[in-house]
Design a protein around this ligand. Structure first.
Ligand SMILES: Nc1ncnc2c1ncn2[C@@H]1O[C@H](COP(=O)(O)OP(=O)(O)O)[C@@H](O)[C@H]1O
Ligand SMILES: [Mg+2]
Length: 259
């Protein structure tokens, strides 16, 4: 079974960077192939992974909705859409990447959404892992992009607002009745000592921190030089923390049911 890992949390807290370092971990551990999914409309997972994606699912669906696809004789519209969606997969040796791209605009898109859901579901068995980077919330998951998530990683930085967003998402997950097997709260850019006010906010919401990733200047430098986070050195502080976190996460049996 494919193990799915999804990111959520306030914008700017480090979801994309952590998703890239998780892909790095999986590649180093040879737990491949990995399907990376960029489900953030302000997409930039490709940059973190050191690649450049042009075709997005959003752009293909837009063409579909505007009836811009030229349907060859004897082919159904659905089959053509499937073919086009396949072209949106960026393939590399160890990981493939699907980019959702911008939203689908106004109107009813029930059909394309169902196509999208079955597209991902159909692809999944080809991969050992799926790592999904998300927008702040999980709204699109409520529209049924994926069946279930084995590990939901809720990322906060060292701020009260970041912690509150984690609280809001936990609430949302309950309301949407999403099928999440394990939930992990990750404190990113964590200082050596957590400020008592941030600690108090975690306490107030009854949230315990599952893993802490330290502030690592190298992550920013890789961004400035547009280098792939897959090439981060194994002895850097953030990589070591991610590797430890992943060992902990994967020691859980994904078929177990967690609260
Ligand atoms: N542990 C870290 N140490 C230093 N900088 C970080 C760390 N995590 C993320 N960053 C930086 O913070 C910014 C936001 O990170 P990003 O991963 O894009 O967040 P998000 O995807 O949640 O919006 C980026 O410039 C990134 O380089
Ligand atoms: Mg991001």
């Amino acid at each position: 079974m494919t193990i799915s890992i999804a990111m959520a949390g306030k914008g700017g807290t480090g979801k994309t960077s952590i998703a890239c370092l998780i892909v790095r971990y999986l590649i180093k551990q040879r737990r491949v192939p990995v399907l990376a999914v960029d489900a953030d409309p302000a997409a930039n997972l490709d940059l973190g992974l050191g690649v450049n994606v042009e075709k997005t699912i959003g752009s293909i669906l837009a063409g579909y909705n505007e009836n811009k696809l030229v349907i060859p004789p004897g082919m159904s519209k659905e089959a053509l859409l499937d073919l086009k969606l396949n072209e949106s997969i960026f393939e590399s040796q160890d990981f493939d990447l699907i980019t959702m791209g911008r939203g689908e605009g106004a109107g009813c898109y029930c059909f394309p959404n169902n196509v999208l859901k079955s597209f991902i579901d159909k692809l999944l068995p080809n991969y050992k892992f799926m790592v999904m980077d998300n927008e702040a919330g999980l709204e699109h998951l409520s529209r049924g992009t994926t069946e279930s998530i084995d590990h939901l990683l809720l990322v906060s930085n060292h701020s009260v607002k970041g912690v509150r967003t984690v609280g809001t998402i936990i609430q949302l997950v309950k309301e949407l009745r999403l099928n999440i097997k394990h939930r992990w709260v990750i404190l990113n850019q964590a200082p050596e000592t957590i400020d008592p006010l941030v600690e108090a906010e975690f306490g107030r919401l009854g949230i315990s921190i599952g893993a802490a990733i330290p502030e690592d200047r190298l992550i920013m430098e890789y961004d400035w030089h547009q280098r792939s986070l897959l090439d981060m050195p194994g002895d850097s502080a953030s990589v070591q923390a991610i590797d430890k976190m992943m060992n902990q996460i994967l020691s859980k049996n994904p078929s177990e049911v967690n609260s």
